[in-house]
Every structure is written in C-alpha cells, then in structure tokens.
Design a protein around this ligand. Structure first.
Ligand code: SAM
Ligand code: SF4
Length: 337
C-alpha cells in the first residue's frame, strides 16, 4: 500500500524519517585543496548570480525553521568562513523564532579572527577539520602550508566560548593512518571532541576506492592499541558518530563509519546547496531547485511545499555497497559536507 505524502508540517520521507537538521552550503569555493575533496587546480566555481544572496539564504532557512520543523542549522561549504556575509547570516538566523541551534563546519583558517564576532552573532558550535598534526603531512593532504592557521583557529574557537569544539579527521592510507592516537591525545589535551570520518566517494576526481579507505574497524583497532575504549553510555539518537570514552572518560572519541556502518535509517538531514538546490542526501542524484522557484515569485508556502516534495523522494540508503551505486555528479565541496 502506498502512503500519501502529507501536504503540511514537517519534512518527512516515505520511510517515516523526519528531517530536522539542515546543512546549508554557503559557497563551493575553498582556500584548501584536500586531496579527498578536490583536485589541485580547484573546480569550476559557481558564478556569482547562481549563488543565493544572503537574503535568499536567510529566507529559505526561515521557511525551513518556521514551516518545516527544522531545529538545527549547520553552515558548511566549500569553506563557509570565506563567505563575506557569514556573520550577518548567522545573526539573522539566530533572530528567528523559534531559534534553531546554529553550527559551522570549517577548515578553521581565519577562525581565530572571526570566532568572537560569530559567537556574538549567535553561533553555538563549530566543527573544525584537522587530519594531521604534522606540517609536511598537512601539505600533502591539503596542498597548502596552513597547519598553524588551523591550530590558531581551533584555539580561537575555544577561547570565544564555542563549546564543545569538535574536530573532524579523515584518515588516508599511507599518509596519516598511523596518526589516530596522536590526534586523540591532542584533542583530549585541548578539550576538543574528536571524530574520525571514513572517507566517502565524494571527491571531484572520482579517486575513491574501497580498498584504500581506512575503515571504522581499522581506526578502532589502532585506538584500542593506545587507549582503553568503552562504549559511551550517552544516547546516540540520530548522531552519525558512535562514541567511546577514552581511558574511562570523560574525554570521548567518535567514529563515523559512513560507508561500513551506515546510519541512513536514522538520518534526520536535509541539505541546501549554495545555489539553492535542495538535496535529500549527500549521495542523492536528484536536486530540487528552490532558487528558481524563489526568483520567479513563489511564496513561502510554495517553497515549503517543494521542499516537502523533495524530501518525500529520499532513498532508504546511500547504496555505496550496491553494484549499481553511482557517485553524485556534484562533489562534496559543492553539495556541502
Ligand atoms: N571546508 C570545511 C571543512 O573542511 O570542514 C567544510 C566543508 S568539508 C566538505 C566538510 C567535511 O567533509 C570536512 O570535515 C571534510 O574533512 C569532510 N570531507 C570532505 N571530503 C570528504 C570525503 N571524500 N570523505 C569524507 N569526508 C570528507
Ligand atoms: Fe576545502 Fe573542506 Fe574540501 Fe578541504 S574538505 S578542500 S577544507 S571544502
């Protein structure tokens, strides 16, 4: 029996999942070139008129929060700190009623300078991506000599009271896969919460292959050789990270096994790209054009209805292990990671 799609209320899909967590990409551009994300020469960036303006971004977030039940907004990219209007966008979202939780995923460059203003504007939390503590490896991974800037950004976030500061790390075989314990020691020493993320097939060069991927099992084995890990008794809910207490706690480490331990059944995300396309999943092959709708005069009810319709079509899972799996044509930096 097919189930009818509700025409009002929250963003529900045909499997009964409700999306309350909105990821908003503010730009596809970046000041790093992480090898698992983009090629050395960068990508054909979106043209200015294709990008949502600050007012358009805020309007779509308002529709999501006030008509569709979204309670968490995370800004990402590309690198969101290079979006000129970021602080104003955060302030406008923080002024919404009801006020969503507001967070940011960033490579941390410039965060030492921007964190106080972002905090004052209403930013609640940050995730900073850091894959290595070794300057040479940092250059191999990101193709830019900016490790010190990232470390300063982390410290600046903590000093500005953006708590908890989370750190995201991707391990790459033969480059930094021996560094998991050192990254944990660093995070514990600074009071950051570290999460390892399995590398996903989302790079623009389509260079991902499963045998090169450092799996959640491998990461945990490496951590268990260095620490006593106990399952974290805290409720996981829809959070993608499985967390462990390090040496009895309270410090914790998380592992996001997006590929080998998929959490699609509990997914509560919806995504908006920098050019105003709604995606039901990182791995979706379809997008729904809200920018076009918005610019041709569709009202907020109409935008909400298009968003609901896009989410209703969300697939049950990402299907990376399916032989028919097709990598999305847009890379992670354009979708918003
Ligand atoms: N530039 C920001 C940053 O690096 O945090 C935000 C965008 S980035 C696409 C978001 C997150 O996705 C980062 O933590 C990054 O490490 C992660 N990421 C990028 N490409 C990935 C891939 N192929 N597999 C797994 N994670 C990836
Ligand atoms: Fe830039 Fe983030 Fe992609 Fe690295 S992962 S190239 S910092 S968008």
């Amino acid at each position: 029996m097919s189930v009818a799609r509700p025409t009002d209320g929250v963003l529900v899909d045909r499997y009964g999942r409700i999306a309350r967590d909105l990821r908003v990409s503010l730009t596809d551009k970046c000041n790093l070139r992480c090898t698992y994300c983009m090629p050395a020469e960068g990508l054909p960036w979106l043209a200015g008129p294709e990008l949502l303006t600050d007012d358009e971004v805020v309007r779509l977030i308002r529709v999501a929060v006030q008509r569709l039940g979204v309670t968490e907004v995370r800004f990402t990219g590309g690198e969101p700190l290079i979006r000129p209007g970021l602080t104003g966008i955060v302030a406008a979202v923080a002024a919404l009623d009801p006020r969503p939780t507001i967070s940011l995923t960033t490579n941390g460059i410039g965060l030492d300078r921007l964190a106080p203003a972002l905090r004052a504007a209403g930013l609640d939390r940050v995730n900073v991506s850091l894959d290595t503590l070794d300057p040479d490896r940092f250059v191999r991974l990101t193709r830019r000599p900016r490790l010190d800037a990232v470390l300063a950004g982390l410290a600046g976030a903590a000093a500005a009271g953006l708590s908890p500061v989370k750190v995201n790390s991707v391990l790459m075989r033969g480059i930094n896969d021996d560094e998991a314990p050192a990254l944990v020691r660093f995070a514990v020493a600074h009071g950051y919460e570290l999460r390892f993320i399995e590398q996903m097939p989302l790079d623009a060069q389509h260079g991902w292959n499963r045998t090169d991927m450092v799996t959640a099992d491998e990461i945990l084995a490496s951590l268990r050789r260095a620490f006593d890990l106990r399952a974290d008794p805290a409720e996981r809910g829809s959070a993608p990270a499985e967390t462990w207490l390090v040496d009895g706690g309270p410090a914790r480490v998380g592992v996001i096994g997006s590929v080998t331990r998929p959490f699609c059944g509990d997914c509560d995300r919806t995504r908006l790209t920098a050019d105003g396309q709604v995606r039901a999943c990182l791995f979706a092959t379809e997008e729904s054009d809200l920018r076009g709708a918005l610019r041709t005069g569709v009202d907020d009810d109409g935008l909400a209805e298009r968003w609901r319709s896009a989410m209703w079509g969300k697939r049950a899972g990402h299907g990376i292990d399916d032989p028919t799996f097709l990598q999305p044509t847009r890379p992670m930096s354009a979708i918003g990671g």
